[in-house]
Write a protein that binds this ligand. Sequence first.
Ligand SMILES: Cc1ncc(COP(=O)(O)O)c(C=O)c1O
Length: 407
Amino acid sequence: MKLSSRVRSLKGSATLAVTARAAALRAEGRDVIGFGAGEPDFDTPDFVKQVASEALAAGLTKYAPTPGTPDLREAIAARMRTRNGIDCRAEHVVVAVGAKHAAFEVMQCLVERGDEVVVVTPAWLSYRPMVELAGGTVVECPAGIDVGFKVTPERLRAAMTDRTTAVILNSPGNPTGVAYSRAEVEALAAVIADHPTATLVSDEIYEDLVYPEVDPAVEAFSPGSMPALAGRTVTLNGLSKSMAMTGWRVGWAVAPGDDGAVAKAMTRLQSQMTSGIPTFIMPAAAAAVRAQHETSPAMREVFAGRARLVAELLGGIDRFRTVAPSGAFYAFPEVGACFGLASPGGRVIDSSAAFAEAVLEEAEVAVVSGEDFGEVARNHIRISFACSDAQIRTGIGRIAEWVASLR
Ligand SMILES: Cc1ncc(COP(=O)(O)O)c(C=O)c1O
């Protein structure tokens, strides 16, 4: 069978591949520490499960409106108004199968063949295929470890052209674990405001996981709340990270500009694609959204402690360069000093992919190679610290010992 050129060159998600490989090794009885998955280790709060069970029992098993029930969209709009300061109504909200699906649809709705989309890198590895599948070209705007993984307004300005259709910002960020301050976001937004044809896509999926304990300046701030950009910002969010609901597949886009033109287009697209998310999940998602401000701070507290622990432990590895995570649950050390060295198992470490493979096979720790996160990320590995302090100590301890044994 002939495959389309679109999918022939499409790579599967490297993070999901590492997670699957770690699971396969565990099934063989190996004691693998998993720093691969971008998934909180907490369980979904019981009250959310309860609402979903009751909805099932009540027979909510038929089709529901494509962009979400009015109640769920109103719950989300209310949160985006009060928590994020975004002037929006329920009809500006589209609920999708995770923020990943929402982001995919946004790209389909905004990007024309030949359009440029500026992606600040290191960036979540799904942005590039989403842009390219929509026919667009990714322009990487490098924000490497030299600038603490934070893009400067000057660099952003240099990356934007007349063909820039969209700019994707993601704070707190995957894979860097870095959050911006409000002033930093405002300065970037001012650059985008100067390009009247560009839309800002602000991916705020980690907004509840910000650690002023690590960097007092960082804050969850939505540029969609700024008058200069309110009509030109699409804000992405969801329940996966902040409510430990990755498997429920609930994310959304909020797009109030042009009387909800993007939200309407997304709804048309989704009506031909997946339709709505499962009907019995909608009331549970609404309950989760309404309780998010009470439930997620406890998880944030735990992650903040882990962020400090990870920074301390990685700081002790001489061959690594690391920025202390101030958001999300990732650290993104630069491991280039290991390249050219040989491992105890006889592997030559010549790339971050080789590093990730060798550390998994020889030290039994799953990390993700930086290669798919952008050119500037090539010499890095991503460590997801969505696991216990004990696993963090053991896993980073194993990495440290293994790195010290490279010759
Ligand atoms: C930056 C970023 N955006 C969006 C998502 C999508 O999350 P979900 O589809 O689970 O809502 C992820 C998940 O890893 C992410 O890291």
